[in-house]
Design a binder for this molecule. Sequence first.
Ligand code: 4AD
Ligand code: MG
Length: 463
Amino acid sequence: METRRIVDILRNAQPDESVTIQGWVRTKRALKDFSFMEVNDGSFMENLQVILNPDLPDYENILKQLNTGASVEVNGILSPSPGKGQRIELKASQVKVYGEANPETYPLQKKRHSFEFLRTIGHLRSRTNTLGAVFRVRNACAHAIHQFFQERGFLWVHTPIITANDCEGAGELFTVTNLNLKEMPQTETGEIDYSQDFFGRKAYLTVSGQLQAEVMAMTFRDVYTFGPTFRAENSNTSRHLAEFWMVEPEMAFCDLSGDMDLAEEFLKYIFKSVLEKCPEDMEFFNKRIDDSVLATADNIINNQFERVTYTEAIALLEKAKRKFEYPVSWGLDLQSEHERYLAEELFKKPVIVTDYPVEIKAFYMRLNEDEKTVRAMDVLAPNIGEIIGGSQREERLDILEQRLQAQGMNPEDLWWYLDLRRYGTVPHAGFGLGFERLVQFMTGMGNIRDVIPFPRTPLSAEF
Ligand code: 4AD
Ligand code: MG
């Protein structure tokens, strides 16, 4: 018989249907006349309650094996549940135990564990209610992202993970090499000779797929890339990972205002779609993790985002009746406390800040007429701060070359990127959404390490 997923049974199945399920025991209780257990197969927050009667073949022996964490297959007949909390339950006619889990050593017994503890058992933590819900919502976000772009005719392009360029120019790159670290070849001047390395040059893990997405946008107009990106920034915060996923749309014939419109429509779409697809998981977050999760989702879907320039934002921060740890002054970058003040306290909704000073932004952003600011935009979200970073790109060859030089970069290293400005250049724009920050925002989870299955952070790459 075909196995049914528990989400389907709990949502759709009727009494008297005969079903087979497969999953893992969450709890078991042995009573005098019968026993029951809760089984979860990852498809749903709720467990399926299974009734075990003593006439079951090998009852006593099977019962001993049904500990929390054991893997099972159950055949039986569904019946209305007389107990509280569930509509339907499964009366087992046959139970097969695939693998036991020793209760003396299995770390996930039925009690609340801290997220810190769960991080030390990264290979088991997805079996908990909270992490289970996180990864289902994460999946629904990813699905909604593809759906959003595919519905709008964007081409999904796959940009490389290994690259020779530093897209953000921030020097936060991991080097990729297969040179013998004990005997690095040297040039005549005593530097490491990367011409003898695998790629014949220095190579890195990418910090962003943007530069290659721009290449593809010059053919296909609207494209997006969605993949892992890597940053060797040594920031041990609840919002930074060394390996994170980024969604980056890039649009030809588009300016900053079109870019902001897309970002806003995009976030609204994802929230709506996840609420429709995972209502039980979202209820759970609202009840158990952060009681503003559903109100936040409603706020995102139904309100227009605020839009202010960087210069206006600085003025607002200077007027704030509140002390900041970091100074506020035109020319300095916004710190996360400033971003959160704007989104959380002042506007109480996402804020798009535009036109940042040229000195604090990447070389590829389009220079404004004032020559002091660039056509950048950051979307700041309550509780998170920067969730999206984007810009209209510099499409003018001469200015782009000057910007590269001003930032101490060598234009020759990006000859192919500059060629896009030589041949059929066009105004274009795009942005990057930090996928884990989105999942954090959506679920109210406090630490970014708990919204990615296997977090990579400074000094931590177990599992
Ligand atoms: O603002 P960023 O650095 O922008 C770019 O990389 C552009 N090339 C994107 C583009 O225009 N195509 O990064 C984009 C987003 C940030 O807004 C943030 O949400 C996320 O990526 N992000 C991180 N998320 C987790 N851990 C980190 N260390 C992150 N650094 C950036
Ligand atoms: Mg940024």
